[in-house]
Design a protein around this ligand. Structure first.
Ligand code: HGY
Ligand code: MN
Ligand code: MN
Ligand code: MN
Length: 419
Protein backbone atom coordinates (compact mmCIF):
# COMPACT_ATOMS: atom_id res chain seq x y z
CA UNK A 1 0.00 0.00 0.00
CA UNK A 2 1.14 3.45 -0.86
CA UNK A 3 0.99 5.50 2.36
CA UNK A 4 0.80 9.26 1.99
CA UNK A 5 1.07 11.00 5.37
CA UNK A 6 -0.60 14.42 5.40
CA UNK A 7 2.18 16.06 7.43
CA UNK A 8 0.95 19.58 6.64
CA UNK A 9 -2.36 18.83 8.33
CA UNK A 10 -0.70 17.10 11.31
CA UNK A 11 1.76 20.00 11.73
CA UNK A 12 -1.13 22.48 11.68
CA UNK A 13 -2.92 20.43 14.36
CA UNK A 14 0.24 20.33 16.50
CA UNK A 15 0.50 24.12 16.17
CA UNK A 16 -3.17 24.55 17.09
CA UNK A 17 -2.83 22.23 20.10
CA UNK A 18 0.18 24.24 21.32
CA UNK A 19 -2.06 27.31 21.56
CA UNK A 20 -3.92 25.65 24.43
CA UNK A 21 -1.34 26.83 26.94
CA UNK A 22 -1.12 28.77 30.21
CA UNK A 23 2.20 30.41 29.32
CA UNK A 24 3.15 32.57 26.33
CA UNK A 25 4.41 30.86 23.13
CA UNK A 26 6.81 29.30 22.26
CA UNK A 27 6.57 27.73 25.73
CA UNK A 28 3.66 25.40 26.45
CA UNK A 29 2.06 24.56 29.80
CA UNK A 30 -1.03 22.35 29.96
CA UNK A 31 -1.60 20.89 33.41
CA UNK A 32 -4.09 18.07 33.87
CA UNK A 33 -7.73 19.05 34.54
CA UNK A 34 -7.13 22.78 34.17
CA UNK A 35 -9.47 24.77 31.91
CA UNK A 36 -6.69 24.79 29.32
CA UNK A 37 -6.35 21.02 29.44
CA UNK A 38 -10.12 20.56 29.11
CA UNK A 39 -10.27 22.92 26.12
CA UNK A 40 -7.42 21.00 24.46
CA UNK A 41 -9.25 17.73 25.10
CA UNK A 42 -12.41 19.07 23.44
CA UNK A 43 -10.35 20.08 20.41
CA UNK A 44 -8.80 16.60 20.18
CA UNK A 45 -12.15 14.79 20.57
CA UNK A 46 -13.44 16.90 17.67
CA UNK A 47 -10.56 15.71 15.49
CA UNK A 48 -11.06 12.07 16.54
CA UNK A 49 -14.77 12.23 15.70
CA UNK A 50 -14.03 13.96 12.37
CA UNK A 51 -11.89 10.92 11.50
CA UNK A 52 -14.91 8.67 12.14
CA UNK A 53 -13.45 7.13 15.30
CA UNK A 54 -15.71 5.93 18.13
CA UNK A 55 -14.71 8.09 21.10
CA UNK A 56 -15.18 7.39 24.80
CA UNK A 57 -13.41 8.43 27.99
CA UNK A 58 -13.02 6.66 31.30
CA UNK A 59 -13.54 7.96 34.85
CA UNK A 60 -10.07 9.49 35.12
CA UNK A 61 -10.25 11.14 31.71
CA UNK A 62 -8.25 8.74 29.55
CA UNK A 63 -9.67 9.18 26.04
CA UNK A 64 -10.15 6.19 23.67
CA UNK A 65 -10.77 6.71 19.93
CA UNK A 66 -11.42 3.46 18.12
CA UNK A 67 -11.26 2.63 14.40
CA UNK A 68 -13.51 -0.42 14.33
CA UNK A 69 -12.02 -3.40 12.46
CA UNK A 70 -13.81 -6.15 10.54
CA UNK A 71 -13.62 -8.39 13.60
CA UNK A 72 -14.51 -6.24 16.63
CA UNK A 73 -14.36 -9.30 18.90
CA UNK A 74 -10.55 -9.39 18.58
CA UNK A 75 -8.48 -7.41 21.13
CA UNK A 76 -7.57 -4.17 19.32
CA UNK A 77 -4.12 -2.87 18.54
CA UNK A 78 -3.51 0.38 20.43
CA UNK A 79 -1.34 3.43 20.04
CA UNK A 80 -1.27 6.81 21.78
CA UNK A 81 0.49 9.05 24.26
CA UNK A 82 -0.24 12.17 26.33
CA UNK A 83 -0.95 15.86 25.72
CA UNK A 84 -0.39 17.34 29.17
CA UNK A 85 2.72 19.56 29.28
CA UNK A 86 4.91 20.52 32.24
CA UNK A 87 5.52 24.22 33.01
CA UNK A 88 7.43 26.12 30.32
CA UNK A 89 7.93 23.09 28.12
CA UNK A 90 7.59 22.38 24.41
CA UNK A 91 4.90 21.40 21.90
CA UNK A 92 6.05 17.93 20.76
CA UNK A 93 6.45 15.85 23.96
CA UNK A 94 3.52 13.43 23.94
CA UNK A 95 1.50 15.34 21.35
CA UNK A 96 3.41 13.72 18.48
CA UNK A 97 2.16 10.35 19.74
CA UNK A 98 -1.46 11.50 19.92
CA UNK A 99 -1.79 13.65 16.77
CA UNK A 100 0.77 11.48 14.97
CA UNK A 101 -1.28 8.43 15.98
CA UNK A 102 -4.39 10.12 14.59
CA UNK A 103 -2.64 10.91 11.32
CA UNK A 104 -1.32 7.33 11.12
CA UNK A 105 -4.93 6.09 11.32
CA UNK A 106 -6.15 8.64 8.75
CA UNK A 107 -3.25 7.69 6.45
CA UNK A 108 -4.27 4.02 6.65
CA UNK A 109 -7.93 4.92 6.06
CA UNK A 110 -6.99 6.83 2.89
CA UNK A 111 -4.58 4.14 1.66
CA UNK A 112 -7.04 1.27 2.20
CA UNK A 113 -9.81 3.14 0.40
CA UNK A 114 -7.45 4.01 -2.50
CA UNK A 115 -6.31 0.37 -2.67
CA UNK A 116 -9.95 -0.67 -3.06
CA UNK A 117 -10.22 -2.66 0.20
CA UNK A 118 -13.87 -3.40 1.00
CA UNK A 119 -14.49 -2.64 3.72
CA UNK A 120 -11.47 -0.37 3.96
CA UNK A 121 -10.73 -1.35 7.54
CA UNK A 122 -8.13 -3.71 9.11
CA UNK A 123 -9.16 -7.00 10.74
CA UNK A 124 -8.37 -5.84 14.28
CA UNK A 125 -9.69 -2.51 15.49
CA UNK A 126 -7.03 0.13 16.05
CA UNK A 127 -7.52 2.31 19.14
CA UNK A 128 -5.86 5.66 19.77
CA UNK A 129 -5.45 6.45 23.50
CA UNK A 130 -4.83 9.87 25.03
CA UNK A 131 -3.62 9.19 28.57
CA UNK A 132 -4.52 11.48 31.44
CA UNK A 133 -1.68 13.12 33.37
CA UNK A 134 1.48 11.49 32.06
CA UNK A 135 3.40 14.33 33.67
CA UNK A 136 3.89 14.37 37.47
CA UNK A 137 3.44 18.16 37.71
CA UNK A 138 0.09 18.36 39.48
CA UNK A 139 -0.22 15.14 41.50
CA UNK A 140 3.49 14.17 41.83
CA UNK A 141 2.80 10.81 40.14
CA UNK A 142 3.73 10.49 36.48
CA UNK A 143 1.56 8.33 34.21
CA UNK A 144 -1.53 8.55 36.44
CA UNK A 145 -3.88 7.46 33.64
CA UNK A 146 -1.81 4.48 32.49
CA UNK A 147 -1.00 3.46 36.11
CA UNK A 148 -4.74 3.20 36.79
CA UNK A 149 -5.40 1.48 33.43
CA UNK A 150 -2.77 -1.16 34.25
CA UNK A 151 -3.81 -1.58 37.88
CA UNK A 152 -0.34 -0.51 39.05
CA UNK A 153 -1.93 2.28 41.12
CA UNK A 154 -4.91 1.27 43.30
CA UNK A 155 -7.96 3.55 42.76
CA UNK A 156 -8.27 4.52 46.45
CA UNK A 157 -4.60 5.55 46.58
CA UNK A 158 -5.10 7.62 43.42
CA UNK A 159 -8.25 9.26 44.77
CA UNK A 160 -6.31 10.60 47.76
CA UNK A 161 -3.50 12.25 45.77
CA UNK A 162 -3.49 15.99 46.32
CA UNK A 163 -1.99 18.90 44.42
CA UNK A 164 0.00 21.84 45.82
CA UNK A 165 -3.26 23.63 46.68
CA UNK A 166 -4.47 20.63 48.69
CA UNK A 167 -7.13 19.71 46.12
CA UNK A 168 -7.49 15.97 45.79
CA UNK A 169 -7.58 14.07 42.53
CA UNK A 170 -11.01 12.62 43.16
CA UNK A 171 -12.67 16.03 43.50
CA UNK A 172 -10.69 17.62 40.70
CA UNK A 173 -11.46 14.91 38.15
CA UNK A 174 -15.16 14.94 39.03
CA UNK A 175 -15.35 18.74 38.74
CA UNK A 176 -13.73 18.29 35.34
CA UNK A 177 -16.66 16.04 34.39
CA UNK A 178 -15.05 12.62 34.83
CA UNK A 179 -17.38 10.89 37.28
CA UNK A 180 -17.96 7.28 38.25
CA UNK A 181 -15.74 4.89 40.20
CA UNK A 182 -11.99 5.11 39.53
CA UNK A 183 -12.02 1.31 39.84
CA UNK A 184 -13.69 1.24 36.40
CA UNK A 185 -10.48 2.51 34.75
CA UNK A 186 -8.54 -0.77 35.09
CA UNK A 187 -8.27 -2.83 31.91
CA UNK A 188 -7.94 -6.61 32.02
CA UNK A 189 -4.62 -8.00 30.74
CA UNK A 190 -5.09 -8.89 27.09
CA UNK A 191 -7.53 -6.02 26.55
CA UNK A 192 -5.23 -4.99 23.71
CA UNK A 193 -3.14 -7.28 21.50
CA UNK A 194 -0.30 -4.73 21.30
CA UNK A 195 0.54 -1.13 22.12
CA UNK A 196 3.00 0.99 20.10
CA UNK A 197 3.77 4.59 21.11
CA UNK A 198 5.34 7.25 18.86
CA UNK A 199 7.38 9.81 20.82
CA UNK A 200 10.21 12.28 20.36
CA UNK A 201 13.48 10.83 21.69
CA UNK A 202 14.04 13.57 24.29
CA UNK A 203 17.75 12.87 23.88
CA UNK A 204 20.47 13.52 21.24
CA UNK A 205 21.39 10.02 19.99
CA UNK A 206 19.29 9.77 16.80
CA UNK A 207 20.22 13.26 15.64
CA UNK A 208 23.94 12.67 16.39
CA UNK A 209 23.85 9.40 14.43
CA UNK A 210 21.80 11.07 11.69
CA UNK A 211 19.14 8.31 11.90
CA UNK A 212 15.43 8.61 11.15
CA UNK A 213 13.92 6.18 13.68
CA UNK A 214 14.67 4.57 17.05
CA UNK A 215 13.09 1.18 17.82
CA UNK A 216 12.88 1.26 21.61
CA UNK A 217 13.81 -2.03 23.29
CA UNK A 218 13.50 -0.95 26.95
CA UNK A 219 12.21 1.92 29.09
CA UNK A 220 14.25 3.12 32.08
CA UNK A 221 13.00 2.55 35.63
CA UNK A 222 11.84 5.86 37.16
CA UNK A 223 11.83 6.69 40.87
CA UNK A 224 11.05 9.86 42.80
CA UNK A 225 11.27 10.81 46.46
CA UNK A 226 10.50 13.83 48.61
CA UNK A 227 12.80 14.98 51.41
CA UNK A 228 11.79 17.72 53.87
CA UNK A 229 14.07 19.46 56.40
CA UNK A 230 12.73 21.79 59.10
CA UNK A 231 14.50 24.23 61.43
CA UNK A 232 13.71 27.07 63.89
CA UNK A 233 14.20 29.80 61.27
CA UNK A 234 14.56 33.30 62.67
CA UNK A 235 15.83 36.74 61.91
CA UNK A 236 18.68 36.87 59.37
CA UNK A 237 20.33 39.65 61.39
CA UNK A 238 19.57 38.66 64.95
CA UNK A 239 20.53 34.97 65.00
CA UNK A 240 24.29 34.46 65.30
CA UNK A 241 25.86 31.83 63.04
CA UNK A 242 26.80 29.60 65.99
CA UNK A 243 23.13 29.46 66.99
CA UNK A 244 21.72 28.49 63.60
CA UNK A 245 20.18 25.23 62.43
CA UNK A 246 19.54 25.95 58.77
CA UNK A 247 17.57 23.29 56.80
CA UNK A 248 18.71 24.82 53.53
CA UNK A 249 22.28 23.75 54.32
CA UNK A 250 21.17 20.12 54.69
CA UNK A 251 19.20 20.41 51.44
CA UNK A 252 22.19 21.91 49.63
CA UNK A 253 24.45 19.08 50.79
CA UNK A 254 21.80 16.56 49.69
CA UNK A 255 21.52 18.11 46.21
CA UNK A 256 25.28 17.67 45.77
CA UNK A 257 24.96 14.09 47.07
CA UNK A 258 22.23 13.23 44.50
CA UNK A 259 24.58 14.35 41.73
CA UNK A 260 27.54 12.40 43.17
CA UNK A 261 25.52 9.24 43.81
CA UNK A 262 24.32 9.14 40.19
CA UNK A 263 27.80 9.83 38.78
CA UNK A 264 29.39 7.18 41.04
CA UNK A 265 26.86 4.39 40.35
CA UNK A 266 29.29 2.60 38.03
CA UNK A 267 27.24 3.27 34.90
CA UNK A 268 26.44 6.27 32.67
CA UNK A 269 22.86 4.96 32.54
CA UNK A 270 22.12 6.27 36.05
CA UNK A 271 20.69 9.80 36.30
CA UNK A 272 19.77 11.85 39.37
CA UNK A 273 18.00 15.23 39.42
CA UNK A 274 16.73 17.64 42.05
CA UNK A 275 13.95 19.30 40.06
CA UNK A 276 12.06 20.87 42.97
CA UNK A 277 13.61 22.88 45.84
CA UNK A 278 11.08 24.90 47.83
CA UNK A 279 12.32 27.18 50.61
CA UNK A 280 9.86 28.56 53.18
CA UNK A 281 9.27 31.38 54.05
CA UNK A 282 11.49 32.42 51.10
CA UNK A 283 12.45 35.85 52.45
CA UNK A 284 15.93 37.25 52.06
CA UNK A 285 16.09 38.36 55.70
CA UNK A 286 14.58 35.23 57.23
CA UNK A 287 16.47 32.01 57.93
CA UNK A 288 14.70 29.12 56.10
CA UNK A 289 12.31 27.16 58.33
CA UNK A 290 11.03 24.50 55.94
CA UNK A 291 12.85 23.14 52.87
CA UNK A 292 11.44 20.58 50.45
CA UNK A 293 13.37 18.70 47.76
CA UNK A 294 11.82 16.44 45.10
CA UNK A 295 14.40 14.06 43.65
CA UNK A 296 14.20 12.02 40.43
CA UNK A 297 16.46 8.95 40.04
CA UNK A 298 16.43 6.64 36.99
CA UNK A 299 18.37 3.80 35.46
CA UNK A 300 17.70 1.06 32.93
CA UNK A 301 18.95 -1.34 35.63
CA UNK A 302 16.48 -1.54 38.53
CA UNK A 303 18.81 -2.88 41.28
CA UNK A 304 21.51 -0.31 40.42
CA UNK A 305 18.95 2.48 40.67
CA UNK A 306 17.79 1.12 44.03
CA UNK A 307 21.37 1.17 45.38
CA UNK A 308 21.60 4.84 44.45
CA UNK A 309 18.23 5.50 46.12
CA UNK A 310 19.45 3.81 49.32
CA UNK A 311 22.61 5.96 49.40
CA UNK A 312 20.55 9.14 48.92
CA UNK A 313 18.11 8.20 51.69
CA UNK A 314 20.93 7.37 54.13
CA UNK A 315 22.75 10.64 53.40
CA UNK A 316 19.49 12.60 53.64
CA UNK A 317 19.05 11.34 57.22
CA UNK A 318 22.76 11.83 58.08
CA UNK A 319 22.78 15.48 56.91
CA UNK A 320 19.65 16.19 58.92
CA UNK A 321 21.16 14.63 62.05
CA UNK A 322 24.50 16.42 61.65
CA UNK A 323 22.83 19.80 61.21
CA UNK A 324 20.14 19.22 63.82
CA UNK A 325 17.27 19.72 61.40
CA UNK A 326 14.49 17.06 61.56
CA UNK A 327 14.20 15.09 58.33
CA UNK A 328 11.25 13.38 56.64
CA UNK A 329 11.80 11.11 53.65
CA UNK A 330 8.88 9.96 51.48
CA UNK A 331 9.14 7.66 48.47
CA UNK A 332 6.75 8.83 45.75
CA UNK A 333 7.37 5.99 43.27
CA UNK A 334 10.00 3.41 42.34
CA UNK A 335 8.88 1.54 39.23
CA UNK A 336 10.57 -1.39 37.45
CA UNK A 337 11.91 -0.90 33.90
CA UNK A 338 9.87 -2.24 30.94
CA UNK A 339 11.09 -4.42 28.08
CA UNK A 340 9.62 -4.08 24.59
CA UNK A 341 8.07 -7.07 22.87
CA UNK A 342 10.53 -8.45 20.27
CA UNK A 343 7.75 -9.07 17.72
CA UNK A 344 6.64 -5.44 17.86
CA UNK A 345 10.25 -4.23 17.66
CA UNK A 346 10.64 -6.44 14.57
CA UNK A 347 7.45 -4.95 13.06
CA UNK A 348 8.85 -1.46 13.63
CA UNK A 349 12.14 -2.39 11.98
CA UNK A 350 10.33 -4.02 9.04
CA UNK A 351 8.26 -0.83 8.66
CA UNK A 352 11.48 1.20 8.54
CA UNK A 353 12.83 -1.04 5.79
CA UNK A 354 9.57 -0.79 3.81
CA UNK A 355 9.60 3.01 4.25
CA UNK A 356 13.32 3.17 3.33
CA UNK A 357 14.16 4.86 6.64
CA UNK A 358 17.35 4.42 8.66
CA UNK A 359 16.92 3.11 12.20
CA UNK A 360 18.59 1.69 15.29
CA UNK A 361 17.54 -0.07 18.47
CA UNK A 362 17.81 1.99 21.65
CA UNK A 363 16.52 2.39 25.19
CA UNK A 364 14.27 5.16 26.46
CA UNK A 365 15.70 7.14 29.38
CA UNK A 366 12.47 9.08 29.76
CA UNK A 367 9.49 7.19 31.07
CA UNK A 368 6.28 6.98 29.05
CA UNK A 369 2.79 5.54 29.31
CA UNK A 370 4.21 2.50 27.50
CA UNK A 371 6.01 1.67 30.76
CA UNK A 372 2.66 0.86 32.40
CA UNK A 373 0.90 -0.36 29.26
CA UNK A 374 3.53 -3.14 29.33
CA UNK A 375 1.49 -4.53 32.27
CA UNK A 376 -1.62 -4.70 30.02
CA UNK A 377 -0.15 -6.01 26.74
CA UNK A 378 3.07 -6.34 24.70
CA UNK A 379 4.55 -2.90 23.94
CA UNK A 380 7.24 -1.08 21.98
CA UNK A 381 8.02 2.53 21.11
CA UNK A 382 9.03 4.45 18.00
CA UNK A 383 11.38 7.39 18.55
CA UNK A 384 12.05 10.28 16.21
CA UNK A 385 14.92 12.74 16.57
CA UNK A 386 14.47 16.11 18.28
CA UNK A 387 16.81 19.06 17.77
CA UNK A 388 19.89 18.89 20.06
CA UNK A 389 18.01 16.23 22.03
CA UNK A 390 16.16 19.03 23.84
CA UNK A 391 12.84 18.44 25.58
CA UNK A 392 10.86 19.83 28.52
CA UNK A 393 11.95 23.24 27.18
CA UNK A 394 10.25 25.78 24.87
CA UNK A 395 13.00 25.16 22.27
CA UNK A 396 11.87 21.52 21.91
CA UNK A 397 11.60 20.82 18.16
CA UNK A 398 11.08 17.93 15.78
CA UNK A 399 10.95 18.72 12.04
CA UNK A 400 7.91 17.95 9.88
CA UNK A 401 10.11 15.49 7.95
CA UNK A 402 11.04 13.65 11.18
CA UNK A 403 7.42 13.57 12.36
CA UNK A 404 6.25 12.41 8.93
CA UNK A 405 8.74 9.53 9.01
CA UNK A 406 7.60 8.54 12.49
CA UNK A 407 3.96 8.58 11.43
CA UNK A 408 4.64 6.43 8.38
CA UNK A 409 6.51 3.86 10.47
CA UNK A 410 3.71 3.89 13.06
CA UNK A 411 1.06 3.45 10.33
CA UNK A 412 2.93 0.52 8.81
CA UNK A 413 3.52 -1.05 12.22
CA UNK A 414 -0.13 -0.73 13.25
CA UNK A 415 -1.22 -2.21 9.92
CA UNK A 416 1.08 -5.23 10.39
CA UNK A 417 -0.12 -5.75 13.98
CA UNK A 418 -3.80 -5.36 13.04
CA UNK A 419 -3.87 -8.18 10.48
O1 HGY B 1 9.77 12.55 32.96
C1 HGY B 1 9.57 11.84 31.99
O2 HGY B 1 10.34 10.96 31.67
C2 HGY B 1 8.36 12.04 31.14
O3 HGY B 1 8.68 12.94 30.12
N1 HGY B 1 7.26 12.53 31.92
MN1 MN C 1 7.50 14.77 29.42
MN1 MN D 1 6.22 12.49 27.04
MN1 MN E 1 7.07 10.49 28.82
Amino acid sequence: MDLKVDIARCSAELDRLAQFSDVPAPAVQRIVFTETDLAARAYLVGLFEEAGLKVRHDTVGNIFARWEGTDPTLPPVATGSHTDAIPYSGKYDGTVGVLGGLEAIRTLQRAMRAAGFTPAVPRRSIELVMFTSEEPTRFAYGCLGSRLLSGQLPPDAAAKLTDADGQNLDNVRQSAGFTGPLADVKLQPGHYSAFAELHIEQGPLLERANLDIGAVTAIAAPAALRVRYTGPGGHAGGVMMADRRDPLLAASRLALEVDAAARESGSPDTVGTVGVLDVHPRAVNSIPRDVLLEIDVRDIDGPRRDRVLERIKQKAKQFGDELGVPTTIEMINADPPATSDPAIVAAIEQSCVDAKLTHQRMVSRAYHDSLFMSLVCPIAMIFIPCRDGMSHRPEEYSSPAAIRAGIEVLARTLYQLAQ
